[in-house]
Design a protein around this ligand. Structure first.
Ligand code: FO1
Length: 319
């Protein structure tokens, strides 16, 4: 369950609901392991910030700012204002006071020598997301975006490009710095090998799912699993976030069919598209269409159920 960002976290909430995880007493046999993207991570003000891990943890743990999709509910920004009063840069990052506590725990534990996996486990002890949340790697990798402005070409940290520039600066390349030297975090490859099925949520195919696939060994492991993905693109536009801008940067057309082609039939066994994209065809990929807008918890759970059912069906056929 490689996941990233807002779409991934919401899909996961639906998957938990359809599996009856966290719905009280009833005994459920299913468990979910999430491999979270860490390419968005950034060090600011001495703090290590892990947006996609935190978004999954807060969304499934009940602490997310629902309308924003990231950060904490009931948030205040006093520390951010005070840092700005000292002239501290950057001022474009929305560092919330409650969210800062998460980053302080993480920074303190990592300074004491704990791995990102150990930190994530400790933070989840509080939030109890109801899934096992693993970083894709414990090694430092960071997504940087190459932009051209007139003559000069420069690299921006993904967060600056995404938050400060709203991904409006045309990106000529998106690089996951450090990926080639990174290793899957402990338990990631085992989780893929032991999984009955693997789902790719409608996360950003470049900077969320793509980053996870860039960690050596993960894509290879997924190639032997039964994998079903959910298209993040409906009718040629990204449902949320700026997947279009990221796809343009890697020269992939913003369409459900093109994203499935980009993932490839080696990786994908099945692909869920919205009804408007029912004509999508990719050789070697079983494409099914249904409404894909995650407009409320019920529709999200139904999408997750459809992805799950397709994966189980395809697994039967593979067997
Ligand atoms: N996204 C924004 O658009 N503006 C922000 O100020 C912002 C701050 C922020 C702080 C913590 C965090 O975990 C996420 C945050 N995000 C913010 C989202 C972040 O940019 C994510 O990387 C994207 O949502 C893509 O997953």
């Amino acid at each position: 369950m490689p996941a990233g960002g807002i779409g991934g976290a919401r899909f996961l909430r639906g998957l938990k609901a359809t599996l009856g995880i966290g719905a009280g007493a009833q005994e459920n046999k299913a468990t979910i392991t999430v491999v979270g993207n860490t390419g968005d991570d950034i060090t600011l003000f001495g703090l290590r910030i892990c947006p996609d891990l935190d978004t999954v943890m807060y969304t499934l743990g009940g602490g997310i700012n629902e309308s924003q999709g990231w950060g904490r509910s009931g948030e205040t920004f006093t520390v951010k204002e005070e840092l700005a009063a000292y002239g501290m840069q950057p001022t474009w990052f929305g560092l919330g006071d409650r969210d800062a506590a998460t980053h302080i725990v993480r920074a303190q534990m990592m300074a004491a020598g704990y791995t990102l996996s150990e930190v994530t486990e400790a933070l989840c002890d509080r939030w109890k997301p109801g899934v096992r949340l693993l970083p894709m790697t414990d090694d430092r990798v960071e997504t940087h975006v190459l932009v051209e402005e007139g003559q000069d070409r420069r690299a921006l940290h993904f967060q600056e490009w995404w938050i400060r520039h709203r991904a409006a600066l045309p990106a000529s390349e998106i690089v996951l710095v450090g990926a080639e030297d990174s290793a899957p975090a402990p338990g990631v490859l085992e989780a893929v090998a032991e999984a009955d099925i693997v789902l790719l949520p409608p996360s950003n195919p470049v900077v969320s799912v793509g980053s996870i696939l860039s960690v050596p060994g993960i894509r290879e492991a997924l190639n032997s699993a039964t994998v079903v993905g959910v298209s993040p693109i409906i009718g040629g536009t990204a449902v949320r976030g700026m997947a279009d801008a990221c796809l343009a940067a890697i020269g992939v057309e913003s369409s459900a069919q093109a994203v499935a082609g980009h993932y490839g039939p080696e990786l994908l066994d099945g692909w869920l598209v919205d009804e408007v994209d029912a004509g999508a065809r990719v050789k070697g990929v079983e494409i099914r269409s249904r409404p894909l807008y995650m407009s409320d918890p019920e529709s999200t759970a139904a999408i997750a159920r459809a992805a799950l059912d397709l994966a189980l069906e395809l697994k039967e056929h593979r067997a």
